[in-house]
Design a protein around this ligand. Structure first.
Ligand code: SF4
Length: 94
C-alpha cells in the first residue's frame, strides 16, 4: 500500500520500505529518507525526462520492490496498480 505522505502522482513507496537509501542515491531530487532513516518518501514526482529516468532506476534498484509506479494504461481505465517488474509475478507464487 502506498504511503499517504508520498507526493501525488505515478510513483509511490509502499510500507515495506526499510530505508536502505538506494532509491535516494538514484533519484535524489525526488526521494528523501525519513528523519530516522526508517523509510523513504517520494517528495516530488518527476518533472522532466531525467527525473523520470532517475525514478525508473530507483524502481529497478529497490531490493524490496516497494518503490513503484502506476501503470498509465490501468490509470486511464480508472484502476490503479504498481507496474510489474520482469519476473515479479514468479516471486509471488507460493
Ligand atoms: S530502495 Fe526500496 S527499500 Fe530501499 S529505501 Fe528506497 S524504497 Fe525503501
Amino acid at each position: 500500500m502506498a504511503r499517504a505522505r508520498d507526493a501525488l502522482g505515478r510513483y509511490f513507496i509502499t510500507d515495506e520500505c526499510e530505508g536502505c537509501g538506494l532509491c535516494v542515491a538514484c533519484a535524489p531530487n525526488n526521494v528523501v529518507p525519513s528523519w530516522d532513516g526508517s523509510h523513504c518518501t517520494v517528495v516530488h514526482q518527476p518533472a522532466n525526462e531525467r527525473e523520470e529516468n532517475d525514478l525508473h532506476d530507483a524502481e529497478m534498484a529497490c531490493p524490496l520492490a516497494c518503490l513503484g509506479r502506476e501503470d498509465a494504461s490501468v490509470r486511464r481505465r480508472g484502476g490503479s496498480h504498481r507496474a510489474m517488474r520482469p519476473g515479479e509475478d514468479h516471486r509471488r507464487q507460493p
